[in-house]
Design a binder for this molecule. Structure first.
Ligand code: PMP
Ligand code: GLN
Length: 383
């Protein structure tokens, strides 16, 4: 293995899901729903396969997906993108982020990330030969946020880009306009490219609204926005995503992406296009159902003795393990299957400053109510 990848072993999601399978534990670790997306969307995928749509689609994506994404950005956020030159399909958001980082940053460049960060960010920054500069999210009155001075201080002469994930996995924060304005100000003042990870754009609660960074003053021209169908339509295994960005960035990302995977699975693109255009009512129901599940899990975790952070978005809860007498989340996550028959994700693996997250574990609530209830019942044994 090349030196720049040596700090990356197996992903925590693979490790913890394998542990769940091996021990027969309830898996509240890796975030994937246990119910399928809208039936009509599944039918479109099946029909696309049956009707012969099984050969290479165009590299940039099938036209109906690019048009549906452009329409969605316009209708939902007032952002206008040309479907042919400013929208590009990717193998999930993961490839969209990877191709963007590889296309826009290189050896010696620095990339700002908010920690805890989604694990693929660190690995693709390393693949690019760039250096990550973490800005820590800390709980303030029950919500994870950053200090704008720390953000400004993290930017130096070599800073090239900033990766912004909102709604944020694993912290559950949906950045406010004020927080995004602080990010935008840094981008404008220091001429940074922003790469946004918006995969949870629809999964927000209590009326909280997702605001794309590209909608802020001067940001559309310097932002690559990334999203995917996985979370919105409960199809995480489809790995169908997209970027929207000014044409010059799309061309740069295309140059990389075409040699990573060339194209994206054709039947799923057609189904995702259908869902974006036709299934917003289904998504609204998903959001309402997830909000109730969030409250169910938060209440259960509190009853089990954790301090739980009620997220504004995503399907994850951060739980502080110290009230139960534990201090190391990685140790606890590895012991939890034996102790309680439940799997969680140790949040500290998403930090450079591991001590800032050592006492958090992340639980997913995109699960049937009875699964959440059973997990909570088991976790009560910890006290
Ligand atoms: N970003 C974040 C923050 C995520 O939680 C996930 C979850 N899978 C992804 C990206 C990856 O999305 P996809 O499956 O579309 O590649
Ligand atoms: N995004 C999912 C999570 O955070 C899992 C993604 C993965 O397995 N790589 O749990």
């Amino acid at each position: 293995l090349v030196p720049r990848m040596r700090e990356f072993g197996e992903t925590i999601f693979a490790e913890m899901s394998a542990l769940a399978t091996a021990t027969g534990s309830i898996n509240l670790g890796q975030g994937f729903p246990d119910e399928d997306g809208p039936k009509a969307m599944l039918d479109v995928a099946v029909e696309a396969i049956r009707s012969g749509g099984n050969q290479y689609p165009p590299g940039p994506g099938v036209p109906e997906l690019r048009e549906a994404v452009a329409e969605q950005r316009l209708e939902r956020y007032g952002l206008s993108y040309d479907p042919m030159t400013e929208v590009y399909a990717t193998v999930g958001a993961t490839e969209g982020i990877a191709a963007s980082v590889l296309a826009l940053t290189g050896p010696g460049d620095e990339v700002i990330v908010f920690e805890p960060y989604y694990d693929s960010y660190a690995a693709v920054i390393a693949l690019a030969g760039a250096v990550r500069k973490p800005v820590t999210l800390r709980p303030v009155e029950g919500r994870f946020t950053f200090d704008p001075d720390e953000l400004r201080a993290a930017v130096g002469p070599r800073t090239k880009a900033i990766l912004v994930n909102s709604p944020h996995n694993p912290a559950g924060t949906v950045f406010t306009r004020g927080e995004l304005e602080a990010v935008a100000a840094v981008c404008r003042d220091r001429d940074l490219v922003a790469i946004t990870d918006e995969v949870y754009e629809y999964l927000t609660f209590d009326g909280t609204e997702h605001i794309p960074l590209a909608t802020l003053d001067g940001m559309r021209e310097r932002t690559v926005s990334v999203s995917s169908a996985g979370k919105t339509f409960s199809a995480t295994g489809w790995k169908t995503g997209w970027i929207t960005a000014p044409a010059r960035y799309v061309r740069a990302v295309q140059t990389v992406k075409q040699f990573l995977t060339y194209a994206v699975s054709a039947p799923y693109q057609r189904a995702a296009a259908y869902a974006l255009a036709n299934e917003t009512a289904w998504v609204a129901e998903l959001r309402a159902s997830l909000q109730a599940k969030r409250d169910r899990l938060v209440a259960g975790l509190e009853a089990a003795g954790f301090t739980a952070y009620r997220p504004q978005g995503t399907y994850f809860v951060q739980a502080d393990i110290r009230p139960l007498g534990f201090s190391d989340g990685l140790e606890l996550a590895r012991a939890l299957p034996a102790k309680a028959g439940v799997v969680a994700i140790p949040t500290q693996v998403f930090y450079d400053h591991a001590e800032a997250g050592a006492h958090f574990v992340r639980f997913a609530f995109c699960k049937k109510d009875e699964v959440i209830d059973e997990a909570v019942e088991r976790l009560r044994r910890l006290a």
